[in-house]
Design a protein. Structure first.
Lengths: 128, 169
């Protein structure tokens, strides 16, 4: 649930670049796409890449360097976690969203929704 | 290409390689298998992968040295300069200290060898040229940015008046 009494907590998504910096900032595109991909189900690295490509109709193709940079930061911040699997090979580990990650993704979606609404209003006002 | 990829992975910090190296190699291998045969697709894929790897390694080293304080992709979108100014000052101090220490060491070596001072300091013109080049680049960047800012083309002015949260309305 979003905290309605605290707008900063609701709209000020914690930057994914640090635990101690509670600054407000939009998520970077790779991070947002990774979170969106994991919101549906736990996935491993290659599956995340393919899902992002499919979500964007092929217009966004992350490199492995970008993907794992984003995954590392999200892991450090506790937004995602590794799924502990028995006999899972070391080169194919699965990631899933934590409750914190899901909450922050919802906040970001709210922020974007508000931004979109604002943009529509301004464009309409200009046209009118 | 897999060999080149593995070689480039060595640019990452060791801890990072230990944690993600196998996975990254595996994902690269899988992605390579599904590559379309067209040459353009291959060039695009390898270009993206190697550029991503280089920038990822750079970010990983920056994160390791300075902490996760810099968000490169959004750097140009931030009104406030997020790189701590105290760090810039400290870096300059460290650079100056290193240069002085090298100079001192060279002098000591020359004294020990009985050479006149300044004989072995042939690297000094190179250092001066490097510093001059960096200063020139810095000056050009600052000038271009100042012109863009003066002509209100940086986008900052628009962002400044943008309210993205309900409480700002």
């Amino acid at each position: 649930m979003l905290d309605k009494s605290n707008p900063k907590a609701q709209y000020g998504v914690i930057r994914h670049v640090g635990n101690d910096t509670m600054e407000t900032s939009a998520l970077t595109e790779p991070v947002l796409l990774v979170l969106m991909s994991l919101a549906e189900q736990p996935r491993h690295g290659y599956s995340i890449l393919k899902d992002i490509e499919s979500m964007s109709d092929g217009s966004v193709q992350l490199s492995t360097g970008t993907l794992y940079g984003a995954l590392q930061r999200l892991l450090d911040d506790g937004w995602i976690e590794r799924v502990e699997e028995d006999n899972a090979p070391r080169d194919r580990r699965t990631y899933r969203l934590t409750s914190r990650g899901r909450r922050n993704l919802q906040m970001e979606i709210e922020r974007m929704r508000h931004l979109t609404k604002l943009a529509s209003l301004r464009v309409a006002r200009k046209e009118g | 290409m897999l060999t080149v990829y593995c070689w480039l992975l060595c640019l990452y910090p060791r801890s990072y390689r230990h944690e993600f190296g196998d996975e990254m190699t595996s994902v690269f291998r899988d992605a390579r298998i599904e590559l379309p045969p067209a040459l353009a697709a291959k060039v695009s894929f390898y270009g993206r992968e190697f550029c991503g790897l280089l920038s990822g390694a750079l970010c990983a080293h920056f994160d390791r040295v300075f902490g996760p304080a810099i968000s490169f992709p959004r750097f140009h979108m931030q009104r406030q300069f997020r790189f701590p100014r105290s760090t810039v000052f400290l870096m300059c101090m460290i650079l100056a200290s290193v240069v002085l220490a090298i100079n001192k060491a060279v002098n000591i070596v020359e004294q020990k060898k009985g050479l006149p001072l300044g004989t072995t300091a042939a690297w000094e013109p190179m250092l001066a040229a490097l510093l001059l080049t960096l200063a020139l680049i810095f000056a050009v960047v600052i000038t271009v940015w100042a012109v863009l800012f003066a002509t209100r083309r940086t986008g900052m002015h628009r962002l400044e008046n943008l309210h993205t949260r309900p409480e700002q309305q």
